[in-house]
Write a protein of this length. Structure first.
Length: 111
């Protein structure tokens, strides 16, 4: 599987987005996101906050970054972690807010 991009998140965890996920899942549902790779990488590098799915707290995490370029919304990037420090992007899209069942697990330090 070819990587579209690889990036380290704000905690030092490696996150990969495959070409298959980018083209089939993300652009397949939202073709207007073509060219948003840098925005998605920025959301992983510098999120406003990170949540976990309380049903699967050790696996699925959502990175939210406020993005006011066009939509005045958050960019949400969903990552499944296969091990503690390695994850795969499974989806990305703009949203107004978090989802029911998510709990914030990381926010930027205020130093």
């Amino acid at each position: 599987m070819t990587s579209r991009f690889e990036v380290f998140d704000c905690r030092g965890y490696k996150v990969v987005c495959s070409d298959e996920t980018w083209c089939d899942k993300i652009l397949g549902s939202r073709p207007w996101m073509r060219g948003w790779e840098e925005v998605i990488k920025e959301a992983i590098n510098h999120p406003s906050f990170i949540c976990n799915d309380q049903q699967k707290p050790d696996q699925r995490q959502a990175y939210y970054m406020f993005h006011n370029y066009k939509y005045n919304k958050y960019i949400k990037v969903i990552v499944i972690f296969n091990s503690k420090n390695f994850g795969n992007v499974i989806s990305a899209f703009p949203t107004d807010c978090g989802k029911k069942g998510e709990a914030i697990i990381w926010i930027p330090s205020r130093n």
